[in-house]
Write a protein that binds this ligand. Sequence first.
Ligand code: 5GP
Length: 203
Amino acid sequence: MNTSTIQPILVIVSAPSGTGKTTLCDRLLVEIPDMVYSVSCTTRLPRGEEIDGEDYHFLTETDFKARIEQGAFLEYAVVHGHYYGTLRESVAGALQDGESVLMDIDVQGAAQIRAALEAAGPEDPIGGHWTDIFISPPSIEALRERLEGRGEDAPEVIEARLENAGAEMARAGEYRHLVINDYLEAAYRCLHEIVVCEAGGDT
Ligand code: 5GP
């Protein structure tokens, strides 16, 4: 597999929680040359081992709103009751440095970015090469089994996640690509091939 010819690309990935997105994205970041993760801002509290500045920039709601006022976000949305947003500067900076950027954002944010990218001229640092991919569980039932099997969430949290997942899956058609994560290895191969092809490399 030749990934040496790929051009810097902005890759937008969305997936309902519990779909295996983090595992898939982490592997992509290791295997695609010069691809960096877009660290989002959020007002939710850190979970587990999460590190400020690495997993997210954890902000207070006041700070987040000040950045909205400053126009600092390329997109932002309220997800599960918290603000999440992507800083324009960090995405544009990486692309200008010749790096590919991987964004893990929800369907609302993806719609905003798509509109911004479609409106951006060729001189805009984010206006060039991009693609978007929706990663879906094989079914809501399969997702329920995974979330219950993980044993991390209370039943009412699982119900809320499933409801949200159904709403997100209904918008999968807005994305250029769909990857069904039924078998992790097959889903990864598919994701990798999409990114390499979109970036102009050979698979
Ligand atoms: P979590 O809190 O589980 O890390 O993420 C919850 C949801 O927020 C996920 O669907 C994730 O894709 C989304 N998300 C993370 N960062 C951003 C962002 O910068 N913008 C938007 N719109 N959604 C985000």
